[in-house]
Design a protein around this ligand. Structure first.
Ligand code: SF4
Length: 258
């Protein structure tokens, strides 16, 4: 079977930067609290499980703020902490704060339960996190979750022709989505965890593009889909932005045996 990398694989720049900073930090602070999972990936969580403990407010250890941010009223901000929030989220935060000062109401297209959206929502009551149309009678600044589907956001934005628009979708997610939508034959293997919103976004985009697609967390997932895989000459690999290179190599090594 021919195996082709469909786009950049492995960590995005935000996760790379976060893990590099964390590795440096842990050299001096071998134990720390983490409010949310560092990333939604079991292999990465396992790698750090001896160092990262569930958050407690007893101040015994410093706290790690993971890549998609933490609401500003969380007590961890007032303790010793390492902030790993991605710079792309801080860029849109600064813009939102500026627009609120200018009198705009903000619509942030995204999932209200996603960690990034909870952080953004905590900045001001003038921000609404939604994927549904909201009637608003003042000036609107319309932007979105970094990991939103760019096409879905563009469709949503059509409902607000009067809004000031800022497409905040992450280019590193977009390039993977674009590649998925471009294939004409073969099967797409989306490598990542079922618990990862980014993995599910890529998987769903591939299904929407009518590609034969499998979501692969471990080589075991390939084993149980062997009959399906053998129908195709080409496997296109794409990975979630939280999937480490070891997880991708395991999948690639298994594919060599088919
Ligand atoms: S997906 Fe994009 S916004 Fe999210 S952490 Fe990675 S680089 Fe940052």
């Amino acid at each position: 079977m021919k195996v082709i990398n469909l786009s950049a694989l492995g960590f995005c720049s935000g996760v790379k930067e976060a893990t590099n900073k964390l590795n440096e930090f842990l050299k001096k602070n071998p134990l720390a609290y983490c409010v949310h999972p560092l990333v939604h990936n079991h292999a990465v969580q396992k790698e750090y499980q001896a160092h990262l403990l569930p958050y407690q407010d007893d101040l015994q250890y410093p706290t790690i703020i993971s890549a998609h941010g933490l609401p500003i009223n969380h007590p961890a901000w007032n303790t010793s902490h390492l902030d790993l929030t991605c710079h792309k989220i801080y860029q849109v935060r600064d813009l939102i704060v500026q627009k609120i000062k200018e009198g705009y109401q903000v619509i942030y297209y995204g999932d209200p339960n996603h960690q990034e959206c909870r952080y953004i929502a905590s900045l001001s009551p003038a921000i609404q996190i939604t994927k549904d149309y909201q009637q608003i009678n003042s000036k609107i600044f319309l932007t979105c979750q970094t990991t939103a589907d760019d096409l879905a956001f563009s469709q949503f934005a059509l409902q607000y022709p009067q809004a000031m628009l800022y497409n905040n979708t992450c280019s590193e997610v977009n390039s993977r989505l674009k590649a998925i939508r471009s294939i004409k034959d073969g099967i797409v293997l989306v490598i990542g965890d079922h618990s990862s919103a980014n993995t599910n976004l890529l998987y769903q985009a591939s299904l929407n593009a009518k590609n034969p697609t499998l979501l692969i967390e471990t080589p075991h997932d390939l084993q149980i889909s062997l009959d399906v895989l053998k129908k195709y000459q080409i496997a296109y690999l794409v990975s979630a932005t939280s999937a480490p290179s070891e997880q991708i190599e395991q999948v690639r090594n298994y594919l060599k045996t088919i």
